[in-house]
Write a protein that binds this ligand. Sequence first.
Ligand SMILES: [Zn+2]
Length: 438
Amino acid sequence: MKIYNSLTDKKEEFIPLQEGKVTMYVCGPTVYNYVHIGNMRPVITFDMVYKYFKYLGYDVLYASNFTDVNPKIIKAAEELGISEREVADKFIKAYLDDLQNYNCADIDYRPRVIDHIEDIFNFITKLIEKDYAYIVDGDVYFRVSKIKDYGILSNQDINDLISGSRVDIDEKKENPLDFALWRKTDKGENFDSPWSKGIPGWHTECVVMINKLFGPKIDIHAGGVDLKFPHHENEIAQSIALNNNYIANYWMHNGHININNEKMSKSLNNFILAKDFIKEHSPNIIKLAIFTTHYRLPINFTDKVFEDAQNIDNKISSVLKNANLYLNVHNLHKIDKNTKDSTFEEYMNDDFNTPNVITYLLSLVKELNQELRNNGDNILLLTNKIMTITSILGLEYACPELTESQKDTYQRWLEARNNKDFEKADLYRTKLTKENML
Ligand SMILES: [Zn+2]
């Protein structure tokens, strides 16, 4: 299996740290607001990656954090007139509801910064002891000049970074690239540290939680491409300093989402919140819209993209309903969502090439329609392949076992149709449609 590694900018053979096991971490949201559909791309993408590793038989451990200590949360608390904990709890709950509604909630750990303040103190203390960090007026900064490989992930030259506008110029720092591990503040919720009352820096949180959960190194660290610099670069710098590694052997980054060729932004007022999108579309639509583009490429969401996704969804849903009826009345209903398919694996093993998987899925749909017309022998196998692939993509389709009375209604519908009793046939048809069988 090959994965494109952002660290080396190459597709590389995936070799886990421990045979048969995969550890993965994806940067989660800062919980000060509702998430928009752009935030759902990494969630949906790495949910698919997680499910595919499981399909391959790996024992996978997947963590994604909540950044619940952050200046944005302090600001939101002030604006909403509630405490920081209330802000965090409110938006963690809203986020978990979104994940449930999008069927992406399956994960092993959801660590929170608030539970790791002591670990953060210990981590920063070690960096200071090793001279990788320095204290200025209660703030603690990381000394980037000590990291020879700084810029390795974002492929940037240190001098370009300094001259560019992407780093804060702050007179307290030895070097403009140095970043805060700890920031002194008496605003909002803050913590008594050995250096000052303050809050931890965002870049430190993820490294601390990864080390705590998994140890010094994991297999895959992932997130949106916008996190490459400075966030992930700074995570790597700290890990080089303390553990002499890049935290993860494979770094994966998903592309961003545009809406009608424009970046989603508050000023353009083109934000689509995940919770609002789901009111009009099923989660299958956004997933199909996302998977028809390779995860590393940017996506441009337009009405056409959603229409196309809706068409694909209709095709899959319709053939599965017909196949399900067939399998039920022929007593062949043995749904197995772990049916192996080498073509599917070939595409997935090529850096999760989901656009090819969707094309292949549509060819399976076509084949299954043909088999149903001809009462072929492969109806169960094709149904199981489609059920397996769609469930790994996180798409929801049901192939339930029908009750005797449902089967009876179906038989009566077929009979009425054969006898050209269209009035009766219509009645049965309505009943079947109501019960979502047609
Ligand atoms: Zn992170």
